[in-house]
Design a protein around this ligand. Sequence first.
Ligand code: F6P
Length: 414
Amino acid sequence: MLRLDTRFLPDFGEALRQNAPRLLEARSALLARKGEPGAMLGWLDLPEDTETLRLIRRYREANPWVEDFVHIGIGGSALGPKALEAAFGDGRVRFHFVDHVEPEPLRALLGRLDPGKTLVNVVSKSGATAETLAAFLLFLRWLEEALGEGWRRHVAVTTDPQKGPLRAFAEREGLASFPIPQEVGGRFSVLSPVGLLPLAFAGVDLEALLAGARKANAQAQGPLEEALPLHTALLQDLHRERPISVFMVYSERLKHLPFWFVQLHSESLGKRDREGRRVGTTALPALGPQDQHAQVQLFREGPPDKLIALVIPEHPVEDLEIPKAEGLEAAAYLQGKTFHRLLRAEAEATYQALAEADQRVYALYLERVDPYGVGWLLQHLMWQTALLGELWGVNAFDQPGVELGKALTRALLG
Ligand SMILES: O=P(O)(O)OC[C@H]1O[C@](O)(CO)[C@@H](O)[C@@H]1O
């Protein structure tokens, strides 16, 4: 269950009423394109895709020997699974996310792994991303040298169903491969095999994850009063003159989630609109309670240039009591309370303190940090982003601004 709280934004109810026609129009425009080739709305259907789930399950069951899982991919091909594995992985398979090209950690990782017990999963929608291909070449050579012809069993490829160099390679070599549906872009792909394959090896409850996402889909398409993504899209839209959009999550398990959100928000919305105007707000990742001791000073007393979204878990999955001890009077107020109660109190205190400093802040209450709740949250945020694309007149599903950097990298390498 996901719940929006706007208690410190008393003007929001009226703004929602006034903006209802715009919001409903944005949603209709988005849904009207569903099914059109190139509309890139395939992420809406991923939560229903039980066939892919079945294939992934089968592959996981056929490979019980895997002890180390190397996930090679970057951006949308890594950030979602990285966030979810950290949150919900059962630890039985060790995960290594290779989303960089720094030689020292690459050497160190190769030195630690046993090729006979390692599965290398290369993930790239385009099949042509420099960082991903470079790392894949390295791991390919390493597997071939250690295992000879047997290397093929140790590689899985997740890429476009038809196009691209990795698709062609997987087919030529007869490798296990999984499709990223054509109509699903990288940053909207966490519930495709991009996320589901690694998370199956991580022991995550995939049904619950997808069931949560289905709830977000249902809510988003329901009556305006219940359509939460329309509400948070409006909150972001109303504050678009504030250049910074803080995404602060009160959960250690979800510590990588803000980085997934940063790519989703920034790469989808930071671009030129149809009139050529530059639009977008800068997503700033933050984590509670750690950032109470780092960024919250700025959020409270710094310039009023931010909209702050707090994600606050309402209940723990399993709680833990803070023990009592003699002779530590300073901690008396903590003793006998639970850790979740402390976490929740800190989140509420920050929420209130920010509002009292006249900062614009709202909260998304997550019933529990579990796959169901987080599946809901992820799909909610994808809806929010797609709706903002409509409201801001930008294509939320392309990323023309990153192409020049890629071309220049190639040129510099000769
Ligand atoms: O999955 P690919 O094609 O390797 O792309 C990785 C990432 O690179 C980008 O194309 C550009 O940053 C992202 O949109 C994408 O998630």
